[in-house]
Design a protein around this ligand. Structure first.
Ligand SMILES: [Zn+2]
Length: 147
């Protein structure tokens, strides 16, 4: 439909699925120089953009579904054997699959424990400071604590 050069230029421009104004201007200039119909060029560009967007959408949806599935599995609410939804405390699924107890020391728990410790420390420091000149704000104190 278009020259190889123009097609390469279009594909390179649309690689990120976006068409900036200056990119469009460059494509139009090139197309005009080659005597290409601008309406045809626009139709071609739009079809590529739509395809790119559909691909991006599908990828996002697939990633989202995957993340949701992982989350459900992490909470033990989906049987990995049959995919059935089960209450989080269930130890054995109707299909016979037995759930192994979740480990309590997940990375999130470790993080929460650390945050707890920081909070306690900062509360203590604030209490110690009572009665003294309040020349430091709570936030700068917290910042100091985190460093
Ligand atoms: Zn099951």
């Amino acid at each position: 439909m278009f020259s190889k050069e123009l097609e390469n230029l279009i594909n390179a421009t649309l690689e990120d699925g976006m068409l900036e104004e200056y990119e469009k201007a460059a494509l139009v200039k090139r197309a005009q120089a080659e005597g290409v119909d601008i309406a045809e060029l626009e139709i071609y560009i739009n079809s590529i953009l739509q395809k790119r967007q559909r691909e991006a959408d599908n990828e996002r949806k697939a990633q989202y579904a995957k993340a949701e599935q992982k989350k459900k599995e992490a909470f033990g609410r989906v049987c990995p054997a049959c995919g059935r939804q089960v209450p989080s405390m269930t130890l054995k699924c109707e299909c016979g699959y037995e759930f192994t107890p979740q480990k309590q020391t997940s990375s999130i728990k470790v993080l929460l424990d650390k945050l707890d410790a920081i909070n306690q420390k900062s509360t203590k420091m604030l209490q110690n400071r009572e009665g003294k000149d309040n020349d430091e704000t709570h936030s700068s104190l917290l910042k100091k604590n985190l460093m």
